[in-house]
Write a protein that binds this ligand. Sequence first.
Ligand SMILES: [Zn+2]
Ligand SMILES: [Zn+2]
Length: 324
Amino acid sequence: MRSARILKAVLLLTAVLLAGGLALLIIPMFTPRRVPSVLFDKARLTFYTSLLDLFRNAVLTLPFWGALALTLVLQRFMPARPEQKLFSPGFGHDIVWFFYETVLQTLVIVTYVALLSRVYQKYFSALTITSVAEWPGWLRFIVALLVGDFLYWCQHLCNHKIGALWRLHAVHHSQSELNFFTDFRYHVLEYLVRQTFLVIPFLILQINPPAIALAAVLLRWYPRFYHGNIRTNLGPLRYLLVTPQSHRVHHSIEPAHADKNFGAILSIWDFALGTQCRDYSVYPPTGIGDTNFPHPHRRRPVGWLLAPLHQMIYPFRKGAGERT
Ligand SMILES: [Zn+2]
Ligand SMILES: [Zn+2]
């Protein structure tokens, strides 16, 4: 009982600190001259500037608003689950996740990727295939897409087959109201596993996918689109691409759909390796079977602010990730 109270206090304090950081992040965007200058000593300025840049890069972009608007319009006129409201509680929960992820990107993931790159350059740079840098842009794009997508497929399979990784990945699968922002709902440690899978091969090949605009749009915005509550299997394109229908099956709570459709962008790996669900007309309910998962109360939005913290502790709880 006492430890539960302490845990709650720690969670509350962390949330207040994060909320304070976010407030400092957002206020200068609107009233830069009214913010007390004492807040901007050199160290904090560096920290908040990098957060601010990240936030701006994440939100103030045409692809963000374009993909969000397209997803919402399609959700309104052709919903996969009509009973799910456009602005459902799940949508609100995942917007909170979006803010957490933006902060975590700066604090943890960017640092981790930089560290991986430095270790690689220092000890393993002999592995680099330098001739790839001379290939034409279109060829590097195709290689980056194929290599990156296949590596994602491999780590996604591991997330489902290895117990410890599933506990982390269950956080992403716990959403019963899939929406645009569900693609921001990942445990921070899952990002570290993913980056380890992806960054090293790209360093060896000297391919930097975000430097290629089309790859960046595909890799960042397409998954957000197909997490939408949209009724479409994209017709014949489904044999090439992951679709809102196929990814919904991946998130399905029904045992018949377990461990299907692992693809990130391309569906070809699932077709080739026998994990594609070939029923293209089903739009099942989504979520996980564990009734102990700390879902926030649907009607208490203040509690939504703490929910990602509870959910990031969830994988370390006894019995977490059990499939029923
Ligand atoms: Zn999954
Ligand atoms: Zn997903």
